[in-house]
Design a protein around this ligand. Structure first.
Ligand SMILES: NC(=O)c1ccc[n+]([C@@H]2O[C@H](COP(=O)([O-])OP(=O)(O)OC[C@H]3O[C@@H](n4cnc5c(N)ncnc54)[C@H](OP(=O)(O)O)[C@@H]3O)[C@@H](O)[C@H]2O)c1
Length: 297
C-alpha cells in the first residue's frame, strides 16, 4: 500500500513490497516508513510499466533511495514469452526497470536493484563472482540481465544485489525453496532431489539486513548477496530433513535425466560467491546450517 506517515521514521520508497522478499523487508525493518509502489493500491495504484504513474509516486516521496524488488518472477511462464518484448516479463522486468531509472534520475534517488543468479548460464563448476560474464540461457534471466545493463549504462547512483533461491524463516503464501521441500517431505510427495544441480541459498532474514546496510550506506556497485555457500538440491533437502526433524525419506535424482523431459533450459549451477559483500558488511551472514534451524512451517 502506498502511504506516508508523519513520524520520525526515515521514508523509504520501494517496489514489490507485497512479494516473498519485500514483505519480509517491511516486517523486519521497523525503523523505516516504507512506501510501496503497488499496482493494487485502491487510492494510488502504480504499475511500474506506466511511466506517468511511476514519476508521480517518486515525486511524492522524500526517500533518498528506491529499492526495486518488483519483477515478473515466474521463470516457466517467462520462457513461454521468449523473444516477445510486448509480453509481461519483458514489460515489467525491462521497461519497468527503465521507468524506475528515469524517475530515480529525475528525483536524485539512489537505486537499489534486486537481481538474480539466473543471469549466468550455470556452466561454472565454482561459485560465480561479480567478475564472471553473465550469459542468460532462458527468458527470465535474459530480462533481468537487460535490466542490469540499463542500470549500469545509466548515470544514476546504483547498487545491484544478485540473489539465488531465497527462503525465509516463516512460511509465506508463495512457497520458497525451503518450504517447498518441507511441504514435499511432510506430504510424502517430494520429488527425487538432484545431486547434480547446485545453487546458493539466500536466507531472506539476512538479506533484508543486507538491504538495510545499503539503505544506510548507499554503497554503489554490483554485489552477490546470497549466503556465499553452494549446495546440491539433495544435500539441502537432507539438511532440512535433519535440522527440522522431519523424518522423511529423501530420494536422489539427476538433473541430466530431468532435462530430457523439460522444455526449457535450466542452469546447472547458480551458486554465488559473496566475498566482495562479506568484506564490507558490518555484520556476519548466518551459515545455512544455522539458518535452516530458524525455519517455522
Ligand atoms: N524468488 C526467487 O526465487 C528470486 C531469486 C532471485 C532473484 N529474485 C528477485 O528478487 C526480487 C523479489 O522477488 P520475489 O520472489 O519477492 O517476487 P514476488 O514474490 O514474485 O513478488 C513480485 C512483486 O512484484 C510486484 N509487481 C509485479 N509486476 C508489477 C508491476 N507491473 N507493477 C508494480 N509491481 C509489480 C508484485 O506485485 P503484486 O503483489 O501486485 O503482484 C509483487 O509484489 C525480484 O526482483 C526477483 O527477480 C527472486
Amino acid at each position: 500500500m502506498f502511504y506516508t506517515q508523519s513520524n520520525q521514521k526515515t521514508d523509504v520508497l520501494a517496489t514489490g513490497l507485497n512479494g516473498l522478499v519485500g514483505s519480509k523487508l517491511t516486517a523486519s525493518l521497523d525503523q523505516y516508513n516504507f512506501a510501496n509502489i503497488d499496482r493494487a493500491d485502491p487510492q494510488f495504484p502504480v504499475d511500474i510499466t506506466n511511466i506517468d504513474q511511476v514519476k508521480a509516486a517518486f515525486a511524492k516521496s522524500s526517500s533518498k533511495v528506491v529499492i526495486h524488488l518488483a519483477a515478473f518472477t515466474d521463470v516457466t511462464k517467462a520462457w513461454e514469452q521468449k523473444g516477445d518484448k510486448s509480453a509481461i516479463a519483458w514489460q515489467v522486468n525491462v521497461l519497468g526497470t527503465q521507468n524506475i531509472i528515469t524517475a530515480a534520475k529525475e528525483t536524485g534517488k539512489h537505486l537499489i536493484h534486486i537481481s538474480t543468479a539466473y543471469v549466468f548460464d550455470g556452466d561454472n563448476s565454482e561459485m560465480y563472482t561479480e567478475d564472471d560474464q553473465p550469459r542468460p540461457i532462458e527468458w527470465y534471466g535474459q530480462t533481468k540481465y537487460e535490466a542490469e545493463q540499463l542500470i549500469k549504462q545509466s548515470d544514476i547512483n546504483w547498487t545491484i544485489l544478485r540473489i539465488d533461491q531465497p527462503f525465509r524463516s516463516d512460511p509465506f503464501v508463495k512457497l520458497d525453496t525451503a518450504h517447498r521441500i518441507i511441504e514435499g517431505i511432510k506430504s510424502g510427495k517430494l520429488y527425487p532431489q538432484f545431486t547434480d544441480h547446485f545453487f546458493g541459498p539466500t536466507f531472506i532474514d539476512d538479506f533484508v539486513t543486507v538491504i538495510d546496510f545499503f539503505i544506510r550506506t548507499q554503497t554503489q556497485g554490483l554485489f552477490h548477496a546470497s549466503s556465499g555457500e553452494m549446495w546440491s538440491d539433495f544435500d539441502f533437502a537432507l539438511l532440512l530433513n535433519q535440522a527440522l526433524n522431519l523424518g522423511g525419506e529423501i530420494k536422489s535424482g539427476s538433473l541430466d535425466e530431468y532435462l530430457k523431459s523439460l522444455n526449457r533450459p535450466y542452469q546447472k549451477n547458480t551458486a554465488l560467491n559473496c566475498e566482495k559483500l562479506k568484506q564490507i558488511l558490518d555484520f556476519k551472514l548466518t551459515p545455512i546450517g544455522e539458518a535452516v534451524k530458524k525455519i517455522s512451517f
